[in-house]
Design a protein around this ligand. Structure first.
Ligand SMILES: Cc1cc2nc3c(=O)[nH]c(=O)nc-3n(C[C@H](O)[C@H](O)[C@H](O)COP(=O)(O)OP(=O)(O)OC[C@H]3O[C@@H](n4cnc5c(N)ncnc54)[C@H](O)[C@@H]3O)c2cc1C
Length: 336
């Protein structure tokens, strides 16, 4: 049913959890859902691997979203991402359990671990996958190519766990099953004899400059901001909310924001929990890139602006008046 390594048959499907310390990232729920689906089709155990300095509290939600077993590696040296320790520890666990598949999120750290692990162990690797399926007892990995126009189906020529990174926000996930629980297996961190990377310190990124495609909160600017100087009002609200700054093509063309901040048909498609549209009319080419946001707040002087049709909260007001007040109130309410 599942791939073999040195004659061993395994039926474990692994998800290496991403978390912020106190909560599991939603991409991990997507990966668990995909592993559950594969397990349902052909049997097998869904296992999550949680590494960090205080990860035991995360077991519950990993179980709710599909893990049967959680390998918990708790060590203060894992507080911040250290590829030496993570690769050595996950590699060691794999060499004991021989999982069929090891899924990582295609995030900065997930991609980094996945490729290091696969290269070090010479295991089959497929980056940026969007789907998986069984074929004659083996797992095939599907990834887009040629600018998403083609899908490559990747089968492994070598034995060993199939290692894949998975693009966030593609698979989606079901509601948690709060009745599920998971077996917990504690494991020790593995410190390699030789380190290729020396981890100095952890420097938190500025959320305003995070990739908008992955931001939970996006504060976006349109021509209605009036001037480049007024963009500071959008930056201020983003800063207090811990959000990222985006904008329309007009704003990018005017030079108020760099091209990678553009949302829409010819920019990024975003799906944040909150999207604040400031002085944006709501042209289709823009809304195509943000209409799936969980909550949309729109501020516009024109009551007939199309953006109001998709907004959960419509504020008919001047952005230069409303934004400073909103920022101030968010700060008072405990923002950054
Ligand atoms: C092929 C093609 C691809 C495109 N791709 C994209 C894309 O990827 N992304 C994108 O965004 N656009 C794209 N566009 C452009 C798109 O059609 C719109 O022109 C653009 O989204 C409009 O930007 P805007 O809302 O900033 O400006 P406008 O449409 O000019 O809207 C400005 C809004 O601000 C309001 N306003 C003015 N002053 C204030 C104030 N003081 N306070 C509050 N509100 C105020 C106005 O009422 C108005 O609704 C594309 C167009 C084409 C043809």
């Amino acid at each position: 049913m599942t791939p073999q390594e040195n004659g061993r048959v395994t039926s474990e499907l692994w998800v290496v959890a991403e978390h912020s310390g106190d909560a599991v990232d939603r991409v991990t729920f997507e990966l668990l859902g995909e592993a559950r689906r594969l397990a349902k089709e052909a049997g097998g155990q869904v296992c999550a691997v949680a590494l960090g300095d205080h990860v035991t509290p995360l077991v519950e939600s990993l179980a709710h979203y599909g893990a049967d077993t959680v390998y918990v590696v708790e060590d203060e040296r894992l507080r911040y991402y250290d590829p030496n320790l993570v690769v050595a520890t996950v590699g060691h666990l794999c060499s004991i359990r021989h999982p069929a598949l090891v899924l990582f999120a295609a995030t900065t750290t997930g991609s980094d671990t996945a490729i290091r692990l696969a290269l070090e162990r010479q295991w089959p690797f497929a980056p940026g996958c969007v789907n998986f399926h069984w074929n004659d007892g083996d797992i095939e990995m599907v990834r887009p190519m040629a600018g998403q126009k083609l899908h490559a189906i990747i089968g492994a020529a070598r034995p060993g766990p199939r290692v894949a990174s998975v693009v966030p926000d593609v698979l989606g996930f079901d509601a948690p099953d709060k009745k599920r629980s998971a077996r917990v297996v504690s494991a020790e961190v593995v410190v390699p004899e030789r380190s290729r990377v020396d981890v100095g310190e952890f420097i938190a990124g500025d959320p305003r400059t995070l990739d908008i495609a992955h931001a939970d909160i996006v504060v976006a600017a349109g021509r209605g901001m009036g001037s480049k100087e007024n963009m500071q009002l959008v930056e201020d609200l983003a800063a207090v909310l811990g959000g990222s700054v985006g904008g329309t093509r007009v704003v990018v063309d005017l030079g108020w924001l760099p091209r990678e901040r553009q949302v829409g048909q010819t920019g990024a498609v975003v799906k944040p929990k909150l999207y604040v549209a400031c002085g944006i009319s709501g042209a289709t080419q823009h809304t195509i890139g943000m209409r799936d946001a969980a909550t949309i707040i729109a501020i516009n002087t024109d009551a007939g602006a199309p953006i109001f049709k998709i907004a959960d909260l419509a504020l008919q007001a001047d952005v230069t008046e409303v934004l400073p007040v909103l920022t101030q109130q968010c700060r008072q309410a405990g923002g950054r």
